[in-house]
Design a protein. Sequence first.
Length: 421
Amino acid sequence: MALGTEDLSARLEQYRADYKRLLDEGLSLDLTRGKPSAAQLDLANPLLGLPGEDGFRTADGTDARNYGGLQGLPELRAIWGPLLGVPADQLITGGNSSLAVMHDCVVNALLNGTTDGPRWVDAPSVAFLCPVPGYDRHFGICERFGIEMIPVPLNDDGPDLATVRELAAGDARIKGMWCVPKYSNPTGISYSDEVVRGLASMPTAAPDFRLFWDNAYGLHHHGETRAEIADVLALATEAGSPDRPLLFASTSKITLAGSGVSFFGGSPANVEWLLAHLQKRTIGPDKVNELRHARFLPDADAVRAHMDEHAAILRPKFDAVHEILTERLGDSGVGSWTRPDGGYFISLDVLDGCASRVVALAKDAGVALTPAGATHPYGNDPADRTIRISPSFPPIDELTAATRALATCVLLAAAEKLTAR
């Protein structure tokens, strides 16, 4: 029964009693970050025995143990290019963190300029468009370098295109936009073809405007339904703006999170631009690790089969969260949540003004949640409504206990707010 249609005072006392029982349980549970579970990491344990007896020579005879090969192993790029929608010769491979590559691209644009514009740091100010709810680590890069963040709504098919077009066309300070185009963090939505085409082709006041295209979850389906997104590189080239998209991905949630491989994709000019800067930063990537990956997942079919194993672990966890929230909150009118077909997160919306209270209640009950506001620039969710849930890491018994506790906190916070009116 929806809250507000009966004696709220009685409901409030019931939820306070439920919460008191939570406190008495002495829970210590964590739903904060979207890390792979131990069972997922175990899937890639064979990597630790590679390169193995086949030795350290790459397909072209290069000794992977030595310096060089700034762009990364050709055989690895040949495997992953088609999976990421990037021609192999327009792909760069690197260390385990795609976030580090994004950070470097922002820094290089600030200090050195892009392929078609001056140094961003010389502009009076720089701004980025930030779809919300979004990824806190993207926002952290902007905040670190004083880049103004302008929120734009994230709809079920991607960023609100009308808003993005108006802002990008009317403000030359806007140099970039963060995008998680597939199974987005935290809502799990995927961009429609119309939205991708619009972003790739829209007029922008800044000629050096960039789409920071973080395809972190591009292969992370949960079941038979698999989202497909349009080829942003091809669409941008077709529209006469080939340098606009900068594509990022990694194997961090595919193989070993701390020992994966990152990918950068872009136009030939953007690849040349980043390689020129990397030349001053490194003598080459970890080619032994790249060789291990090329041998462990030697073709696209092997990658897809490996991701099916991940899906078999993740799907029951996402289903469990959905079932518990439906049971506890489904007809209450005080919470709604996404049910994504892939990715690592569920986005829960509670009553306006209640997210911070829910997170605080959960913390006191021993359940750690991502801070309220983390899904918005500067940690400020104006509606104080959105909470990111990360089901991937905990064992399923801990996940179900944490989700039930979360639901209790949502109901208590809502009843407190409604009775205070």
